[in-house]
Design a protein around this ligand. Structure first.
Ligand code: PLP
Length: 502
């Protein structure tokens, strides 16, 4: 297996090299040129195995140049329970209603699904440096809509040979998310608020990656950039694992038998999480439909419905901020596969997106997308109603992103009548979005005048669970990061952090 750029203008590389570089030099995303197959016998063999064992087996397929013994050690360190992931396990599933199962992806140290990949990525990157005999320091640049930033900071904190710089939208994250980031510890961590939205942060970071002056400056200092965003293959591979594990868990609970089809519903922003499920399906995991759920920023819903990607629209700040995105980076990987590895087509679509803000895929490509995906969205009121409904009918508290996924799944069910068992990806702990969640379950008055910390307590009472470990004691942590900048200043800020002269 080789890793090719979706834009096809650089030579293929190994998985270690792809992870080391983060993004390909031609601006494309590194992607496996072939996808391994999972046979029924493979699934039978993995059934009943624990998470680390399944993870090692699946990761070995996608990281062929990593020695198996190293993978085993990295997986054991990343997914240690209860040190890293909570007592409930790495990605437990819970029954919600008949045929509806929640795949809980938020039991890591920062309470969002990003932890599953970002607890492992630092190990993968450190090993990649060894495997590629590259002794330069890695400077990890991250654009975050809220959850990636904290998860990456926790993962890379004090990892030798790395520095991490995170940019988050000043107005676009929840109070808990913000506190988690600006109180970050570690000698190699830098956190910067930008006066813009996530797309501004992501575009700025992508530009720095290909800024030849900054890259030359880095080279002089024996440094190199890498990425902890889901453009990095090292973020994607660990996410494939939990769809396979989730499927096997459904088998173990006798909700299905090996080979039976399921559906998967994923609240989506940058298209990384659902792409991992798509890859699982391409490998042969019996997934019938990938249900792509958006919030009011429904650029993906429209694209899946008519093949026209159009970012020229109003950007909304919603109660599911981690999905407030109009440019979904990982869609580029999907386009590469569904166009039949047509990197010239991908290149021209991405060029159109950049220059005119839109593109339309050809009919054949569109038909393939429609065969695998269902797209819909939930507005703010539907999201709130869904949180309340699930609380009242099932006694469970879900976060705003998960609620978007559930609301859209209900629409899918009504539209198609396809009641096959479903895995509903639950991407964050409700405690991270406590204000919106308490307001949805109780009332706007219930949150009036309550601060973040009181709301954590209020939610613990409603949910009848403890505040997750990673969110306890936030009020006592000193603020360590205060830099705020304009989107145009990202390059200057990076230079200053890395002590480069202009
Ligand atoms: C990042 C995130 C998403 C979106 O995931 P993508 O991989 O970017 O599509 C959804 N929900 C939460 C809570 C997130 O943190």
């Amino acid at each position: 297996m080789k890793f090719v750029s979706t834009r096809g203008q650089v030579p293929p590389v190994t998985s270690a090299e792809a992870i080391r570089q983060g993004i390909a030099p031609d601006g494309g995303l590194y992607t496996p040129d072939t996808l391994p197959r999972l046979t029924r016998a493979d699934l039978e063999q993995m059934a009943g195995q624990d998470y680390p064992t399944v993870a090692t087996a699946v990761l070995a397929l996608f990281l062929p140049d990593y020695p198996r013994a190293d993978l085993e050690k990295m997986v054991a360190a990343a997914y240690a329970v209860p040190d890293k992931f909570s007592q409930s396990g790495v990605t437990p599933i819970r029954k919600l209603r008949d045929n509806q199962y929640i795949l809980e992806l938020y039991h890591g140290p920062t309470c969002a699904f990003k932890d599953v990949a970002l607890q492992l990525l630092p190990h993968l990157l450190t090993k990649a440096s060894q495997l590629t005999a590259d002794s330069r320091e890695s400077v990890i640049l991250v654009a975050t809509s809220g959850d990636t930033g904290k998860a990456a900071l926790e993962g890379f904190k004090d990892v030798p040979g790395t520095k991490i710089i995170v940019f988050f939208p000043e107005q676009g994250v929840s109070a808990v998310q913000r506190l988690q980031m600006i109180t970050q510890e570690g000698e190699n961590t830098f956190v910067v608020a930008i006066k813009g939205n996530f797309d501004d942060a992501q575009n700025g970071v992508k530009q720095i990656f290909t800024d030849s002056a900054i890259i030359a400056g880095l080279a002089e200092r024996q440094m190199t950039f890498s990425s902890a965003n889901s453009i990095n293959w090292g973020r994607l591979a660990p996410q494939i694992v939990y769809y396979i594990y989730g499927y096997l868990e459904l088998c173990r609970r006798q909700a299905i038998r090996i080979g039976d089809p399921i559906n998967v519903a994923v609240p989506t922003g940058n298209f990384g999480n659902i792409l991992a499920a798509y890859i699982g399906k391409q490998m042969g995991l019996p997934i019938r439909r990938l249900i792509c759920a958006s919030n009011t920023n429904k650029v993906l819903t429209d694209f899946i419905r008519d093949g026209h990607y159009d970012r020229r629209r109003q950007f909304y700040t919603t109660i599911s901020p981690s999905m407030d995105i109009l440019i979904s980076s990982n869609l580029e990987r999907l386009l590469y596969y569904v166009s039949g590895a047509n990197s010239a087509a991908v290149r021209s679509w991405m060029e159109e997106l950049k220059t005119s803000g839109e593109y339309r895929v050809d009919a054949k490509t569109f038909a393939k997308i429609q065969a695998d995906f269902y797209g819909d969205f939930a507005d703010e009121a539907e999201t709130q109603t869904t949180i309340k409904d699930i609380y009242q009918s099932c006694g469970r508290v879900v976060d705003t992103h998960t609620a978007v996924g559930q609301a859209v799944y209900q629409k899918y069910l009504r539209a198609t009548g396809d009641a096959a068992p479903v895995l509903l990806a639950s991407t964050a702990s409700p405690f991270k979005f406590n204000t919106s969640v308490v307001q949805a379950i109780a009332s706007p008055q219930a949150v009036a005048g309550r601060d973040e910390f009181e709301l954590l307590e209020d939610l613990a009472k409603l949910a009848k669970t403890d505040i997750p470990l990673g969110l306890r004691g936030l009020e006592q942590k000193p603020v360590r990061h205060r830099t705020v900048c304009e989107p145009e200043q990202l390059g200057a800020v990076v230079r200053e952090i890395l002590k480069m002269r202009d």
